[in-house]
Design a protein around this ligand. Structure first.
Ligand SMILES: *[C@@H]1O[C@H](CO)[C@@H](O)[C@H](O)[C@H]1NC(C)=O
Ligand SMILES: *[C@@H]1O[C@H](CO)[C@@H](O)[C@H](O)[C@H]1NC(C)=O
Ligand SMILES: *[C@@H]1O[C@H](CO)[C@@H](O)[C@H](O)[C@H]1NC(C)=O
Ligand SMILES: *[C@@H]1O[C@H](CO)[C@@H](O)[C@H](O)[C@H]1NC(C)=O
Ligand SMILES: *[C@@H]1O[C@H](CO)[C@@H](O)[C@H](O)[C@H]1NC(C)=O
Length: 377
């Protein structure tokens, strides 16, 4: 009985901790259904952070629809803010490069309450004129290139125009810093099964280490967790087995995130070196998740009920993520000798990856094509 009560208690604690975890998993699922590019990645944490800022930033009556979509109904505002503060600090300790800013059209007077929330939740606010959308786009890109990276991928042709009211931009660049020392290895075969065709086989540059890793292996997926240095953040890799696709795995992501890992075992581990950069227009996804009319809700509470403009045309959410996987130091090829009965885990097929700790998904994506794997960081 006491044991049971204790279990319930710890489950409650866990639920308390997972401030935006369910939102993050849902976002990844929706994106993977929509984004058909062979390799994709997203930073769900930053979307949650930006939306939570817009939620908390409104003085007075809050936007319930937004809270519901974020799955933070009933959470204390201090708790939400301290969650983001701690998570942001941890990401910085891990040397993640982060940008998160909301631009409002210049005739929207940014309330001082919102400015205070902005600082507390680490999402910047700025005003900008959209009269000349080309100029506004160029200014935003200039800011972005200073903070994260220069990118031609940001903002498609019709994303900004002279009726734009709000643009939320996020950027995250993760360069791996491993707990265990990886060394570069010679090229090894990467295999992609294709329906009704011969599998595609290609050599890609891999790196290698021998260390103790937690892993699991069931009928569907082979998984391994590779810790980063500095914090408890790490990289979870999920390789689907033959009858399963990376998309299938993502559609059941929470299952794999909650799976209990086997105790860490000495493992020869091979991982391709790569660099993926993706921009993501989030408008459609957020609408699918029930998030609409954020700006009109902020600007004018009564406009929640009548709909003067089609808001999906006047607000824009966009994100750019970069993931560089490389060894701690580039050394020349090492000898790899498989000895005795040690395990080998080789990431040599399409896979899903999740950069995470116990309660946050910093970045997630899938690699279904070799193209980016041949782009060395
Ligand atoms: C817009 O930003 C500028 C510079 O930060 C500031 O001087 C100005 O007061 C702002 N305008 C509004 C309406 O908030
Ligand atoms: C922001 O944080 C400061 C310091 O923790 C606190 O005093 C202030 O009330 C917070 N602002 C809001 C709007 O919650
Ligand atoms: C808009 O800004 C761009 C770049 O600053 C400039 O080249 C262009 O002439 C401007 N367009 C108008 C209509 O003012
Ligand atoms: C906005 O741009 C359109 C053409 O793209 C133009 O017809 C319209 O007059 C512009 N509106 C304002 C307020 O500048
Ligand atoms: C608003 O615009 C979007 C994109 O153009 C469109 O898909 C959607 O159906 C429109 N919604 C309404 C209510 O008109």
């Amino acid at each position: 009985m006491a044991k049971r009560a204790l279990l319930c208690f710890s489950l409650l604690l866990l639920a308390e901790e997972l401030v935006t975890f369910r939102f993050e998993v849902e976002l990844i699922k929706q994106l993977s259904l929509k984004d058909k590019s062979p390799n994709c990645l997203v930073s769900p944490f930053q979307v949650a952070q930006s939306l939570s800022f817009l939620y908390l930033g409104k003085d007075g009556r809050k936007d319930y629809t937004l809270a519901k979509a974020l799955q933070i109904v009933g959470r204390g505002h201090d708790k939400i803010m301290s969650y983001f503060r701690e998570t942001q600090q941890k990401a910085l300790a891990q040397n993640f490069v982060i940008a998160n800013r909301v631009f409002f059209k210049s005739d929207f007077k940014i309330p001082s309450y919102m400015k205070s929330i902005s600082e507390n939740i680490s999402v910047e606010v700025e005003n900008i004129s959209f009269d000349n959308a080309t100029k506004a786009g160029a200014e935003i890109k200039k800011w972005f290139s200073k903070v994260v990276a220069k990118s031609s991928k940001l903002f498609g042709k019709d994303h900004l125009n002279n009726i734009t009211q709000m643009v939320a931009v996020q950027g995250l660049s993760v360069t791996t810093t491993w707990k265990y020392r990886f060394i570069s290895q010679s090229k090894r075969t990467f295999l992609i099964e294709r329906p009704e065709m011969k599998p595609l086989q290609q050599k890609v540059a891999m790196m290698y280490t021998l260390a103790k890793f937690e892993s699991f292996n069931n009928e569907e997926v082979h998984g391994i967790f590779i810790p980063f240095s500095n914090t408890d953040i790490g990289l979870l890799i999920l390789i689907p087995k033959q009858h399963i696709t990376t998309l299938n795995v993502i559609q059941q992501l929470e299952k794999y995130l909650l799976l209990k890992m086997r105790k860490a075992q000495e493992t020869h581990f091979f991982l391709p070196m790569f660099n993926i950069q993706e921009s993501m227009d989030l408008n459609g996804i957020l609408e699918t998740m029930g998030i609409k009319k954020i700006f009109s809700s902020l600007n004018n509470p009564s406009s929640l009920n009548n709909n003067p403009t089609n808001e999906s045309k006047t607000t824009h959410f966009e994100q750019l993520s970069i993931f560089s996987v490389k060894p701690n130091r580039l050394l020349l090829e090492s000898e790899y000798a498989s000895e005795g009965d040690q395990k080998t885990f080789e990431v040599n097929r399409p896979f899903v990856f999740v950069i995470k700790d116990q309660r946050t998904i910093y970045m997630a994506g899938r690699v279904d094509s070799i193209d980016d794997l041949n782009k060395r960081p």
